[in-house]
Design a protein around this ligand. Structure first.
Ligand code: HEC
Length: 147
């Protein structure tokens, strides 16, 4: 009888080991699976969301939220730079484009937000929207219009 227990116990151990080994393999597979990295279009949808949220926040004179959305946009830029800097649809690197079109305007916005000046926020925000569209034009997707 004791022998049976030993056999069953060993079997259980063996199964347990196998399972954890399999899990480890699957996890490492996930990490390297390119399909799990959002495409540039998906990051653009995120930018669009933050852009809309920013517009609403300016309308509500919710300066903390405006500031928050600037940081959120920055994070999306970093991700696009990391994963899609040389995307085939881009005429020049994403980092070079954001340096021209996005970063100076976002810095201006950051400055006026701390002064809580809603009119200046509005003016700079519309410049930001124009620059989203300028980059779309430069990359021949001008039919994607940001308002
Ligand atoms: C580097 C230039 C560049 C900048 C800056 C840029 N875009 Fe884009 N955007 C693109 C390109 C290129 C596409 C097409 C992506 C594709 O084909 O997947 C695109 C696509 C989009 C789309 C369509 C996504 C979809 O799949 O439906 C939206 C929405 C968008 N951008 C919003 C914005 C907003 C909002 C900003 C500014 C805050 C912005 N973009 C800034 C280059 C840019």
């Amino acid at each position: 009888m004791f022998q049976y227990y030993v056999i069953i116990f060993s079997f259980a151990l063996l199964l347990g080991c196998n399972n954890s080994e399999k899990e480890a393999v699957d996890k490492s597979k996930c990490k390297t699976d390119d399909n799990l990295i959002p495409g540039m279009g998906e990051y653009m949808v995120q930018l669009d969301y933050h852009h809309q949220a920013m517009m609403t926040a300016i309308g509500d004179t919710n300066f903390k939220r405006v500031d928050f959305e600037i940081d959120e946009m920055d994070e999306v830029f970093e991700k696009i730079e990391h994963f899609h800097n040389q995307h085939k649809k881009l005429k020049q690197s994403f980092s070079a484009s954001t340096q021209t079109f996005m970063l100076p305007v976002l810095n201006d916005l950051r400055r006026v937000v701390t002064r809580k000046n809603v009119d200046s926020c509005r003016i700079i925000f519309s410049k930001l929207s124009r620059n989203c569209n300028a980059c779309h034009l430069a990359n021949e997707v001008e039919f994607i219009k940001v308002k």
